[in-house]
Design a binder for this molecule. Sequence first.
Ligand SMILES: Cc1cc2nc3c(=O)[nH]c(=O)nc-3n(C[C@H](O)[C@H](O)[C@H](O)COP(=O)(O)OP(=O)(O)OC[C@H]3O[C@@H](n4cnc5c(N)ncnc54)[C@H](O)[C@@H]3O)c2cc1C
Length: 497
Amino acid sequence: MKQKITVIGAGVGGLTAALKLQAHGYDVTILEKNHHVGGKMNQLKVDGYRFDMGPTIVMMPDVYRQPFVETGADPTDYFTMQRVDPFMTVQIDDERYPISNDLVQLTKLFETSSDADMAGFLNYLADIYRKYLNAKDNFIDRSFRSPRDFFNLKTLKQAFQLKTFSSSYHDMQKFIPNQHLQYLLSFQTLYIGISPFSGPSIYNIIPMIELLYGVWFIDGGMYQYAKALERRFTELGGTIELGHPVEKIVTEQDQVVGVRVQGSVRSTDAVVVNADYPYAVETLLSQDAQRREHVSPQRVNQKLQYSMSCLLLYLGVDRKYQQLGLHTIKMASDFKRNLSEIETGVLPSDPSYYLYNPSALDDSFAPAGCSSLYVLVPVANLRHQHLTEAEAQTYAQQVIQQAEQDFALTDLANHVQVQRVFTPTDFAELYNSKYGTAFGLKPTLRQSNYFRPHNKARRIQGLYFAGASTHPGAGVPIVITSGELAAREVERDGSDD
Ligand SMILES: Cc1cc2nc3c(=O)[nH]c(=O)nc-3n(C[C@H](O)[C@H](O)[C@H](O)COP(=O)(O)OP(=O)(O)OC[C@H]3O[C@@H](n4cnc5c(N)ncnc54)[C@H](O)[C@@H]3O)c2cc1C
């Protein structure tokens, strides 16, 4: 008989794990608390405007294609994408930098700054590329089960070669003297919710991947990808039950036997948890299971560290601003101070923020002549700061004024037809994201690789984890990998029987 697998959550991690298992002959059901698939890869539709609510920047396109190729499908039958060039404009003080993913164009930026910046950039790329190959093969694309998987001479040597003991910023600064160029190569760690001034240097692979492999746009927006995964999964016979929050994972001794939904227990052979790991172990596991897994609520609330969150504005605007491309970033003049404010729970006075304008490429996001804008401001998570509704609204107005000035968005406030504000509290309530983080557990050195929650539970049999707070970490391509690793662990146990 087919093994029955229950996946808790239809985020990217849950969908990719489910798809792989369904394609490999398991009988998979996804139970999702909300009424949409995709989790944080969500969309909002209001009065003719459409907004991607979460991820917007597509990097590592091959990883996006992988779940389709692996299950025997042509990805282009499910979603299409285009490379964006220049892929981003970054504004620092009064300087504006268009960032090209054509290496020849890009190097001009460094060469015109100084010979030292250019030589430093080339050395930086070579150094980080070597580390990337090491990280990819030995740490990202593989899961860890037992201490033996990590604490062996070969792996420890590979970990040591990553030389990841200093911060991303510190490591990159050694190569590149110009401060603006340093800023251009450092904000990308915010994509996984950690400051470049405190995050491990290995996360310099993010700007490297962005520059070398480019940034892409999924036609129709990011949400099309969640719909594509859903379509492929259901075509293969998988079941998704939306509006079905799981209340408990039911275990007997050290074995998963079922899940409790709407008060009744459904039996299952195994569970893949895609719901945020710290929330799930604190809320869905029984005390006995927590004890076996060594994950007490005290550990979840006091020992684990959490990534930052963000405040999001979705603005339906009744005009277009030609000066705004697809992705624009405004960096705070004092970026270091900006990040230390976030880490200590202070609402930034001079925030860095990100503007996404899909209407620059795709007319389907807004009525004719209008545009759908998304503004993301990194802010503290709920462990450090609670914004009231009124505070969030006031701050949102300040950010709109700031963007109006920074990018000459003439009369923006008066052109806003639709406005929605999304806060850390919304992340906690809508997605069960612990402390309302946008990116899950913080990827510190002590919460990365072997030290991040594994894709297979330590002691409970039939329990697996996929998603941003688990190995290998946050960001859509990395979460896709986590879904694949969790599925691989299920299959490995199946074949061990
Ligand atoms: C604002 C924002 C911008 C981002 N930008 C980018 C970007 O540009 N590029 C990029 O690559 N990444 C980006 N990311 C990161 C990326 O979106 C996430 O890392 C990824 O989508 C997380 O997927 P996940 O599967 O781990 O979790 P989630 O998306 O959180 O999915 C978990 C699912 O579990 C469900 N769930 C929770 N509890 C239960 C329960 N009890 N029962 C049933 N279901 C439950 C939730 O409803 C949710 O659907 C961004 C994230 C945010 C928030």
